[in-house]
Design a protein around this ligand. Structure first.
Ligand SMILES: C=C1C[C@]23C[C@@]1(O)CC[C@H]2[C@@]12CC[C@H](O)[C@@](C)(C(=O)O1)[C@H]2[C@@H]3C(=O)O
Ligand SMILES: O=C(O)CCC(=O)C(=O)O
Ligand SMILES: [Fe+2]
Length: 332
């Protein structure tokens, strides 16, 4: 087993007292090999903005290969990892999340999903041999993107949207502004002496994009907020994927789907390694409710492009309600 480095707690402010959570069995599970998952997918996006996918069709060797490359990367000495940082927003980062003062017990690598761009920007990784790593990223991202598009098409069918690629075409576009993230949450044994206190790995937030596909090793830590504001812990499952509705999908469905608030808390004993594909539209794409979903209702959002939303999101703090700035103020 590879043991990853353990940084010392130097920011007491990283420690928050999280309300107790329970491991939840309520999280919807969607089996993509079953005949007709559309209605259950729509219900999951309406009620939770979150679900687990099993029998997903992503080859296991792509997952294990990328996990082993990620562990190799995070096991490098800091000075090697820092050659690919600081994140702007792409690149290696440690504890500081985003440009606005958020911190978490996490180190990460943010990449684009563009093969050529990654090769140029990250060719210094692993000295002279970044190929294995970048190849593992490409194989994994292509397979996960295919699954994300399949899910988005089932959702469009479930919502009776035509054409059925109304959402998925944004991820398939050559200009799609999608990102890929590897997170490593080192264990923090000191937590055991801290009487039930939790250390924030990644603070609460919603993802700005259309859809996020998360996979982690078998270490717990991910929590989601239910619509009543209660937090529940998501039981880890290294063989499955977890899907988040992002802010942009909330807007495109005129609020029918809700982007899910989520966070990660640190485990006292085990490292957590997660890999997340954030499917986003091209920068110039107008993000607006689809006409068939506003019929007879008003659009809840002002018009904006993904470029405008992303720019505004990257000025915000993690926990902010980023969509608030783009909501129409209702007359009543
Ligand atoms: C604090 C921030 C980090 C973030 C950019 C932001 O200003 C607000 C959104 C954050 C988020 C959450 C989802 C993804 O992990 C991410 C890459 C994204 O697109 O938006 C991160 C941003 C980041 O880590 O740079
Ligand atoms: O690491 C995880 O499980 C989730 C991280 C996350 O929410 C993010 O990177 O946006
Ligand atoms: Fe997230």
């Amino acid at each position: 087993m590879v043991v990853l480095s353990q940084p010392a707690i130097e920011h007491v402010s990283l420690i928050k007292n999280c309300k107790p959570t329970t491991f939840s069995s309520e999280i919807p599970i969607i089996d993509l090999s079953k005949p007709d998952p559309k209605a259950r997918l729509v219900a999951a996006c309406e009620e939770f903005g979150f679900f687990k996918v099993i029998n997903h069709g992503v080859p296991m060797e792509f997952i294990t290969e990328l996990e082993s490359e990620a562990i190799k990367f995070f096991s490098l000495p800091s000075f090697e990892k820092e050659k690919t940082g600081p994140p702007n927003p792409l690149g290696y980062g440690n504890k500081r999340i985003g440009p606005n003062g958020d911190v978490g017990w996490v180190e990460f690598l943010l990449l684009t999903t563009n093969k050529e761009f990654n090769s140029q920007r990250f060719s210094s990784m692993f000295g002279k041999n970044p190929e294995m790593f970048l190849c593992a990223v490409n194989d994994y991202v292509s397979a996960v993107k295919k699954m994300a598009c399949e899910i988005l098409e089932l959702l469009a069918d479930g919502l009776k949207i035509k054409p059925r690629d109304a959402f998925s075409k944004l991820l398939m576009d050559k200009q799609s502004d999608s990102v890929f993230r590897l997170n490593h949450y080192p264990p923090c044994p000191k937590l055991q002496e801290m009487n039930g206190r939790d250390l924030i790995g990644f603070g609460e937030h919603t993802d700005p994009q259309i859809i996020s596909v998360m996979r982690s090793n078998n270490t717990s830590g991910l929590q989601i907020s239910l619509r009543d504001g209660k937090w529940i812990s998501v039981p880890p499952d290294q063989n499955s994927f977890f899907i988040n509705v992002g802010d942009s999908l909330q807007v495109m469905t005129n609020g029918r789907f809700k982007s899910v608030r989520h966070r990660v808390v640190t485990n006292s004993m085990k490292s957590r390694v997660s890999m997340i594909y954030f499917g986003g539209p091209p920068l110039s794409e107008k993000i607006a409710p689809l006409p068939s979903l506003v019929e007879g209702e008003e659009s809840l959002y002002k018009e904006f492009t993904w470029f405008e939303y992303k720019k505004s999101a990257y000025k915000s703090r993690l926990a902010d309600n980023r969509l608030g700035l783009f909501e129409k103020i209702s007359a009543s």
